[in-house]
Design a binder for this molecule. Structure first.
Ligand code: ATP
Ligand code: MG
Length: 239
């Protein structure tokens, strides 16, 4: 059992057994309408990720990685198939149910960061803690921003942060609740080698210390190599 009693207690919606995988994907597909009719972005994919596993998703630009990650996190709706997170079939839930599950279990780092522009760096990181009614939101957020090297940028609004700084705020926001499931889309895409290394270290620390399951989309072979498993997507299919 990779996850401790604290974590298990916080994952209240899951059935008691604890033996189910962190993520079970079956027949998952995404099709969208386009000018020429229908475009299949993701063909039916099936895979399973065990708790505390670290999975890299790699593939060329446009192959469907971000689409897949969004579907895994309940941020999109599939055209077919299922995503079961810790025993919960997320697309059988309504939108509110999925939002509650995301709040409880999930950290997500978007490829485009998606910081809230009217909140400072510190406020962006405090938000998920405040939504959970956590005590010491400010202290925890400050500590996490320090871990990503941004102690001197707490009061900056996103538009006054560099791309790499915004990415680190997005990472801090995803990590600060120590979620059992951590999804990150190109988490080091805007970072220099040393900062990227610090962020990778932080993600794998969360994995080790809290048994967090990590799913990382990356073009970085070195990061993929550090994951316990890699899946490759080409033109919307697993290869
Ligand atoms: N809503 C949509 N409507 C039409 N096409 C879409 C939509 N969403 C994604 N696509 C297309 O699906 C393909 C896969 O997109 P996706 O963003 O998943 O790629 P990716 O593998 O993450 O690429 P990158 O490495 O460049 O981030 C792309 O060709 C994209 O243009
Ligand atoms: Mg992408």
């Amino acid at each position: 059992m990779p996850d401790g009693p604290g974590l298990a207690a916080s994952v209240a919606a899951a059935p008691a057994s604890g033996v189910q995988p962190a993520i079970a994907v079956s027949g998952l597909a995404k099709r969208v309408a386009d000018a020429s009719g229908e475009l299949t972005i993701l063909h039916e994919v099936d895979f399973t990720v065990q708790k505390a596993e670290t999975l890299a998703i790699v593939g060329a630009s446009g192959s469907g990685k971000s689409t897949l990650l969004g579907l895994l996190a309940g941020l999109d709706t599939p055209s077919a198939g299922k995503v079961v997170l810790d025993g919960v079939d997320i697309y059988a839930l309504d939108e509110d149910g999925r939002a509650a599950l995301r709040k409880e279990k999930l950290g997500f780092v978007f490829q485009s960061f998606q910081l809230l522009p009217h909140l400072t760096a510190l406020e962006n990181v405090m938000l998920p803690l405040e939504l959970r009614g956590a005590n010491h939101a400010r202290e925890s957020a400050e500590m996490m921003l320090e871990r990503v090297g941004l102690s001197s940028r707490l009061k900056h609004y996103p538009k006054y942060l560099s791309g790499g700084e915004q990415q680190r705020v997005a990472l801090a926001r995803a990590f600060v609740t120590e979620p059992p499931l951590l999804f990150a889309d190109e988490p080091t895409g805007s970072l220099d080698a040393a900062t990227g290394e610090a962020v990778i270290k932080l993600m794998f620390e969360l994995n080790r210390q809290h048994g967090s399951t990590l799913v990382l989309v990356t073009h970085d072979q070195a990061m993929a190599a550090r994951c316990s498993r890699t899946i490759t997507i080409a033109a919307g299919r697993l290869v």
